[in-house]
Each structure stands twice: as C-alpha cells, then as structure tokens.
Write a protein that binds this ligand. Structure first.
Ligand code: DOR
Ligand code: ZN
Length: 364
C-alpha cells in the first residue's frame, strides 16, 4: 500500500496540504482506440493514464485474424507519443466463422491476450458478431483448454427486450448457461451495469471477472435525460437506474479482486453523437483515473484503489503489475473539453468540468 499519507491517522492536515495517492501505473482492460486520424488523436490520452490497454477489435472491418491483429498493433505502436512505452494488448473479434486453430495460434504466439464476444447487432460495429452461441462451442472449448479469456459484451439482441433489461436478460439466458457449459472458461463480463451482474460475477470469481467504466459510476439513466437529451452520455450498455450505480460503486470499492478498470473509452466524432441517430459510446479516456479515484474517495475507500486500478486485472490475466507509479492529487483540475481531429472534434466525458482530483505525475 503506497498511499502518501498527508492525512496521517489522527493528525490534522496542514493548511494547504493536499491528499495524494501513489499507485503502480494502472492498466485499462477495455479501450477503443479506433484507427487512422482518430487513433492518433486519442491514443496520447490513454497512454498518459495507463501503462497497458486491452484494445477492442471492433474496427471496420473487425480484427479477426492473427495478421489483422499484428498489423493493428503496429499502427498503434507507430502512433504512440514520443517516449511513451504504452503496451497495446490485442484481442480477436469472434464471428460465426472463427477457427479455433487461429485463436490458439494467436494466443500461443502472444499476439492476442483474449477474444471479444459481441452478440451480433448488440452495439457499435458488431454486425459481424456471433449469431449462434451454440455454434461457437468449439472455439470456447479451445479457449477453455488453453486458458484464454473471453471478453463478453453482455446484452440480449432480442429486439423485443426493453433496452434497460438487455443486460439482465443476457446474464440469465446466455451468460449463466455458458458458464455452466464451459466450467473452466475464463470470462470477463465487460462494462457491468447492474447489481445482478456484479452478483453473478462474485459468485463465479476468480475465473470470472468484470470491468466497470468510469461513466457508469457517475451517471444513471436519468442523467441521459437531464434537462434534455444528452447524446454524449449515451452508450451501450445504457446507464441503469440509481440503485445499480450504487451497486457498482460498492462493488469496486469492496476490495474484491474480481473487479477491474475498463474505461470502455469509445470515441465518436461530435457529428456522430449530435445526430439524428446518435452513435453509442462515451469518450472517457481523458478523465478516467480522475473519475475512478474520486469515486473511491467519496466512498471512503482510497486504501482499496490500488488493487482495483493496478493489481486485479493483471492478476486475472496472469501478468505482472507495472513498474513505475502514477500519483493522483486531490487538487481541482479541468480536463480538455474536446479533442480536435481536423475540422471536427470528439467531446470528452467530464471535459471542461472542474474535477476534484488531478493527475499529479508519474514516477520510476
Ligand atoms: O457504447 C458503446 N460503444 N458500447 C460498445 O459496446 C461499443 C462502443 C463503440 O465501439 O463505440
Ligand atoms: Zn467497448
């Protein structure tokens, strides 16, 4: 534990002293970096906050082969800011035609660390996703055998199911049977948004874990309609009611090792968000750590922040924690409101707001 105890137990803080917390450099276990000009624009923000990131494969076309993942990895490395050692951890996009041998080859050659399961049509760029989970069994069996995790977008694609119930229905109808069928399969339930989901994860830990986004910790479904429709708060899974937000905050601050950072930072151009049909995705990569640490502070659990941010995910994926540290300071700061791309820009989640915590710097 490396909390820099400017507030020592029992001692009043000096006037002007600021609480700080220093932790091993954290990782983002779920991030969309996109490609081309957008990759170039957003990568510096993720690389400033995180040492490693699990890179989502939902490009157009998606990352489905070892060759695709190697080429995408090279494009990410080529776009790192000068001096950055950010390490992209690649993933493979599962389809109805995924070949178990290709999956095993990419994992064996350490090209990818996990595969992403999008139910077809569940979210952005998921049209090539899986339509028939039973048909995926040979792939999941192989992954179970080689210890390769599957990262699951857990929402029902049944159009009859209410959008606020899609996660719950998926958990009951699809995830639980899948966990039963594949008893040794390592699963990450991505961007958990409900109390029921975090309970299921707890019961099946440690082979099951969950990522939790910053935005689902600070907004609820009412926020999306606060004073009018807020397109920049629309993502999938959509934020749920307040009791679920509270359950997520309790889960990450509980000290349980099955919960880890996953920002789901998902940039879209402002014009795609402020549109007749708004794309799903919240661009949280700029303000992620400031938001997470604020939540731990508000919940009186700063002593548990290090495990959530820097240890739990690495342990789940069988990796060592990072060397080097990042220090967060309880000093008000304002993040950029938007990130420019050519003539356009991407709106930053909580950008332009005064946030109570700032990133203080990194250490060796
Ligand atoms: O809101 C979302 N945006 N949810 C996803 O699952 C995908 C993501 C994206 O790629 O934009
Ligand atoms: Zn995502």
């Amino acid at each position: 534990m490396t909390i820099d105890a400017l507030f020592e137990a029992g001692s009043a803080p000096e006037a002007g002293a600021l609480p700080t917390i220093t932790i091993p450099r954290p990782d983002d276990w779920h991030v969309h970096l996109r490609d081309g000009a957008m990759l170039k624009a957003v990568l510096p923000y993720t690389a400033a906050q995180f040492a490693r990131g699990i890179i989502m494969p939902n490009l157009v076309p998606p990352v489905v082969t070892v060759a695709d993942a190697l080429a995408y990895r090279d494009r990410i490395l080529a776009n790192r800011p000068q001096g950055s050692d950010f390490e992209p951890l690649m993933t493979c996009y599962l389809t109805d035609r995924t070949d178990p041998d290709e999956i095993e080859r990419g994992f064996g050659e350490r090209v990818w660390i996990a595969a992403k399961l999008y139910p077809a049509g569940a979210t952005t760029n998921s049209s090539h996703g899986v339509t028939d989970l039973a048909g995926l069994s040979p792939v999941l069996e192989r992954m179970e055998k080689i210890g390769m995790p599957v990262l699951v977008h857990g929402e029902s694609t049944d159009p009859e199911v209410d959008i606020f119930d899609r996660e719950e229905v998926f958990m009951e109808n699809t995830l639980l049977p899948m966990l039963k069928r594949h008893e040794g399969l390592k699963v990450v339930v991505e961007h958990a948004t409900t109390s029921g989901t975090v309970d299921i994860v707890r019961v099946h830990a440690p082979r099951v874990a969950a990522t939790i986004t910053p935005h689902h910790l600070v907004i609820n479904r009412t926020s999306i309609f606060q004073g009018g429709l807020r397109p920049h708060l629309y993502c999938l899974p959509v934020a749920k009611r307040e009791s679920h937000r509270q359950a997520l905050r309790k889960a990450i601050t509980s000290g349980e090792s099955c919960f880890m950072i996953g920002t789901d930072s998902a940039p879209h151009m402002r014009s795609s968000k402020q549109a007749e049909c708004c794309s799903a995705g919240v661009f949280g990569g700029v303000t992620a750590l400031q938001t997470y640490v604020q939540v731990f502070d508000e919940e009186g659990a700063l002593d548990r922040f290090e495990a959530f941010a820097s240890l739990n995910g690495a342990r789940f994926h069988g990796l060592a924690p990072n060397r080097g540290t990042v220090t967060l300071v309880k000093k008000p700061g304002v993040a950029v409101a938007a990130v420019p791309i050519g003539e356009e820009d991407i709106v930053v989640f909580r950008g332009g707001e005064t946030l109570p915590w700032s990133i203080g710097g990194t250490g060796a």
